[in-house]
Ligand binder design. Structure first.
Ligand code: HSE
Length: 306
């Protein structure tokens, strides 16, 4: 096999309480990429559709992660990468992670899978760092492993796969404004109050327990963020109204997806997810901000060959 087409999914990072550690994978939106194995050595980005991104390998997220892997294993071939972006950069649903994960996943398959998912995450982190100026793996891990993941450590990379309750759905609204992850990180405080830290880590622990025990009530109680959301929500128009509309419509919880501007709500069952989507539409259709909404199941497979 000399060419491969892949689907690299969008993801929701943080999941309210788990800044930089928790994430889950979406199945209704993702990028497509085609990777070709070539006789000519080196990594080239040969096509980009759907977004204005640099073709220079060293300036492109997919190129940087590909180069990190390529230089480490030094294969006797090269790779051409075509990128078909469906996830808008700066949308808060893991656009850079999808690109960074896609190139290393595709190269690995074409080389006969010499690397495991943890090693792929390690190289993809280099691309993610180019976009957000920080090595965080909470979008990469769910894109590469699927389902819910917890990043125990990035150095060394250590990813835990968490169970996904069967009936869990997500409703997402993407207001069409761009928030750069690096800027959304720059507004965060460098120090936090001990009481807030206690609240946050108790919620991370209980959310993980809720996923293991299929406990939707506990999951709902755990979906709270007292550290990041109070600072970032000002970047997102009508965030509080959207969040109240989700809770009033029966969502288990609602929060900022990654660094925003997308907002996610988790629900038990598709019917409630659709109610929440209607509620999101009724809030944003009254504004002059362009947006789109969608409902998705949690994608337990992650990145895949098409
Ligand atoms: N954990 C990262 C952040 C995710 O919130 O900055 C960025 O998508």
């Amino acid at each position: 096999m000399d060419s491969i087409k892949i689907f690299s999914p969008a993801t929701v990072a943080n999941v309210s309480c788990g800044f930089d550690v928790l994430g889950f994978c979406l199945d209704s939106i993702g990028d497509e990429m085609i990777i070709h194995k070539t006789l000519e050595k080196g990594i080239r980005i040969t096509k980009i559709k759907g977004a204005e991104l640099p073709f220079e390998t060293e300036k492109n997220v997919a190129g940087v992660s590909a180069l990190a892997m390529y230089n480490a294993i030094n294969p006797d071939c090269g790779f051409d990468i075509e990128i078909y972006k469906k996830i808008k950069p700066g949308s808060g649903i893991g656009s850079s992670a999808a690109s960074a994960a896609g190139s290393v996943f595709g190269m690995n398959v074409l080389l006969g899978n010499p690397l495991d998912k943890t090693e792929l995450t390690k190289y993809a982190l280099k691309g993610e760092a180019l976009a957000s100026e920080c090595e965080h793996a909470d979008n990469l891990a769910p894109a590469i492993f699927g389902g819910f993941t917890l990043v125990r450590s990035v150095d060394p990379v250590d990813i835990l796969q968490l169970p996904t309750p069967d009936d869990l759905y997500v409703t997402l609204i993407h207001p069409q404004i761009e928030i750069k992850t690096a800027e959304a990180r720059a507004i965060l405080p460098k120090q936090i109050a001990l009481q807030n830290a206690i609240t946050q880590w108790s919620n991370v622990g209980s959310l993980v327990h809720a996923l293991h025990t299929n406990d939707y009530d506990l999951l709902s109680k755990s979906l709270s963020d007292v550290i990041i959301e109070p600072h970032r929500k000002q970047l997102i128009p009508y965030f509080d109204t959207i969040k109240s509309s989700a809770i009033d419509s029966g969502a288990l919880g609602c929060g900022i997806s990654g660094s925003g501007p997308s907002i996610f709500a988790l629900t038990k069952g598709e019917k409630i997810a659709k109610h929440v989507e209607k509620a999101f539409n009724s809030v944003y259709s009254k504004t002059n901000i362009k947006y789109y909404t969608f409902v998705s199941k949690i994608n337990t497979q992650g990145i895949k060959i098409l």
